[in-house]
Design a protein around this ligand. Sequence first.
Ligand SMILES: [Ca+2]
Ligand SMILES: [Ca+2]
Ligand SMILES: [Ca+2]
Ligand SMILES: [Ca+2]
Length: 344
Amino acid sequence: MFRPATYVSPVPNYGTHGNVSYYNHAPAIPGQNDAGWVAAPNGSTIAFGHGSFSRLTQCWVQVDFTYFQTLVDIPLGTTLTTFSINFSGMDDGSLVTIFNSANPGGLVVPGSYVFLGGSGTTNLAPHIVAGETNRVVITQMDDCPVGNTLQSAVVNLNGTVIPPNSPPTVAANAASVSANEGPAGIANSGTYSDSNTGDNVSITASVGTVTKTGTNSGTWSWSNTAPNGPASYPVTITANDGNGGSAQTTFTATVLEAPPVLTVGGSATYTEDNAPVVIAPSLSLTDPGNDSIDGAKVSIGTNFNPSQDSLGIAGPLPGGISSSYNAASGVLTLSGVASPSDYQ
Ligand SMILES: [Ca+2]
Ligand SMILES: [Ca+2]
Ligand SMILES: [Ca+2]
Ligand SMILES: [Ca+2]
């Protein structure tokens, strides 16, 4: 059910209840997944309104519209003999619009109008498409206080009542998420809901992994690896009720650049005039995004004496890395693009 904030006023006086001309003043039919759709008072019929439910103050010069929708998933191969919407307890009128691949903008045929006290539409079967979800929207109008009601509206397909189906809703807790590159990965979460308690809503993600709790409503949790940054991409979460109703939400996932991690493990003891020793025997160098390293510097921090202390490389360097030593400053420079393990 979707109720605009207020009624339309003034409108010309068309002089009869449910007059077709009043629909010319109706706001555009809201989109299938627009915010503002709420469950009807009774999920399996409608049971909208009652004798004193009108918001109007004058007769026939004001008109109040309320929308109802249901999604009818018709399997491929279904023989469509009759398709009608049957009403009871209507004040003051209703109009049925069919949306499907043959009528993407919505179809209203002359027999789609039902007037005060009327009971059903004409046979709409010629306009229904099998093998897809047909969206049926009822535009109910009140053109005169006091009454404003639609007790029931049911879809009748080949003589069988089709239970009403509303699309689910889905929302993300964060419109954007970010995480450093590395093994922790990136995550988001959210909620979903479907007013049809018998629906088991599936949740899928355009990228990454998503899990859910609940059946027709609950929460979802999304995660993905974050192998290397910087990177940013959209993630679409789709909720599908399995009966033709679906909804989507999209958020942005951003993987941030993170610096390399250097651990100078171990220690060395050097005795004057002896052969050189390895100064950091268990040094570890990694990058959370496994980025290449451009260069490195090694220096003696304190008590450096250029005439006595010297840094050098033991053995050949991995390909792509070259070294130079400044004897005056005591800085050993390694340069060239190579992997962290080669630099280590
Ligand atoms: Ca009325
Ligand atoms: Ca549903
Ligand atoms: Ca990176
Ligand atoms: Ca990095």
